[in-house]
Design a binder for this molecule. Structure first.
Ligand SMILES: Cc1ncc(COP(=O)(O)O)c(CNCCCC(=O)O)c1O
Length: 444
């Protein structure tokens, strides 16, 4: 297979005729509840490019929702996974174990924050990892309550829907949801009433007061927070917030769970986003970027907490599939060899400089934020009222798609354009994508 040329190419309308034919088949065969951002059907993908079945080559600012950080066909991932495929695809780790699972657990112990003894359990999806983090925390504390935060996102299973903040499309019509879940404020700096500089300590005080008065700290098994909130709008909790919640959890025997499924594995310019303020979680959930596109997720944490679940209490048929574990070892090899943390920091510098310049030109841009290659702009109708502008957000995304740039939106109010390029994207493609965004702003 020849390498995919790293060039944008638009040779048909987007989506093109072959994608449209496939879309008709998809409509007839696939449940409508499974949506797609852009109905172009992929033929190949690699680096910063997705090639569709009509020969168009799109610049990828989505990474399959923060998954293909090393690219969608990274050499080490393909090499290791192919070799594993030829040996065996599955035996079930709960039946006959295999070394790859252990190697991934050893790598997670090495790479995750904290120099304490750590253990892991592997799963298939982020939601499954979050579900099991709750099981483990409840086993360890013998408590039931779980505290989550405004704008948080943790998955689409019944418990993780309960943990997730936004109703539509994630929760609407799918209740009743799991009990013993409590939601408290997060330090959303851009929208904090007294200004971003006060958001950290004030939001922490409000959250801790609510937990103490409405739940009782002694009843809380875990607090679960994304060190950079993803689906809720790429919200970096204002400085001081995470350390304050971390201290509160430590003071009250509460398990602090960092959900780094979207922010982890070099995405924000560090192995894990909670390192930014020196926060060491008790448990950390990971998925997405961990395995270069193969389905793998993990709970990693303090050995004494991870071992609290009784033997046989954790597992699942495919958890830690050997091919996915091989992919993870390939992805981690790539992250180290290419120093993708440094690449992410460079992506941040390039994107923030260009987007901040656009903010000076276009009043619709209310906020530019994020870290590493997890960058976003929040669009508003009025900079003073900060009224969300989901209409402009959708129009901008559509304009980018038509020009061969794949971008994603997010946010509780649907007014955040987020940028998640593969960390291996070339700087020329990155800047070409930014050119398309700037031209789109000038047109909406
Ligand atoms: C922080 C955080 N925790 C948990 C999850 C859930 O991970 P799964 O692998 O999608 O189950 C996510 C997945 N985010 C993308 C969801 C896309 C969609 O379903 O529309 C996350 O970002």
């Amino acid at each position: 297979m020849t390498a995919l040329p790293q060039e944008r190419r638009v040779v048909t309308a987007i989506p093109g005729p072959k994608s449209q034919e496939l879309q008709a088949r998809r409509t007839a065969a696939v449940a409508q509840g499974v949506g797609s951002v852009l109905p172009v059907f992929t033929a190949r993908a690699g680096g910063g490019i997705i090639e569709d079945v009509d020969g168009n080559r799109l610049i990828d600012f989505g990474s399959g929702i923060a998954v293909t950080s090393v690219g969608a066909s990274a050499e080490a991932v393909v090499r290791r996974a192919s070799a594993q495929l030829a040996d065996f695809t599955h035996t079930c780790f709960m039946v006959t174990p295999y070394e790859g699972y252990v190697e991934v657990a050893e790598a997670l112990a090495e790479l995750t924050p904290g120099d304490h003894a750590k253990k892991s359990a592997l799963f298939n999806s982020g939601a499954e990892a979050v579900e099991n983090a709750v099981k483990i925390a409840r086993s360890y504390t013998k408590r039931q309550a779980v505290v989550v935060f405004d704008h948080g996102y943790h998955g689409r299973t019944n418990l993780t829907m309960a943990l997730t903040s936004k109703n539509m499309p994630y929760k609407h019509g799918f209740g009743p949801f799991a009990p013993e879940v409590y939601r408290v404020p997060v330090a959303y700096g851009y929208r904090w009433p007294t200004g971003p500089e006060n958001a950290g300590p004030e939001a922490a005080a409000q959250a801790i007061d609510q937990i103490s008065k409405q739940v009782g700290a002694e009843n809380v098994a875990a607090v679960i927070i994304e060190p950079v909130l993803g689906e809720g709008g790429f919200i970096e909790p204002a400085k001081g917030f995470l350390p304050a919640i971390r201290k509160f959890a430590s003071d009250h025997g509460i398990v602090f769970v960092a959900d780094e499924i979207q922010s982890g594995f070099c995405r924000t310019g560090q192995w894990f986003a909670c390192e930014d303020e020196g926060v060491v979680p008790d448990l950390i959930t990971t998925a997405k970027g961990i395995a270069g596109g193969l389905p793998l997720a993990a709970v990693t944490g303090r050995a004494e907490i991870m071992d609290a679940a009784h033997a046989g209490g954790l597992g699942g048929t495919y958890g830690g599939n050997p091919v996915a574990c091989a992919g993870a070892l390939g992805a981690i090899e790539t992250m180290k060899e290419l120093d993708l943390n440094a690449r992410a920091k460079n992506i941040e510098a390039v994107m923030k400089a260009r987007l901040s310049a656009m903010q000076d030109k276009f009043d619709v841009i209310g906020d530019v934020r994020g870290r590493g290659a997890m960058i976003a702009i929040e669009l508003v109708k009025d900079r003073t009222t900060k009224e969300p502008n989901p209409e402009a957000t959708a129009a901008l995304a559509k304009a980018c798609h038509a020009e061969g740039l794949l971008v994603l939106t997010c946010g509780t109010y649907g007014n955040v354009l987020r940028f998640l390029p593969p960390l291996v994207i070339g700087e020329d493609l990155l800047n070409e994508g930014l050119d398309i965004i700037e031209q789109a702003f000038a047109r909406i």
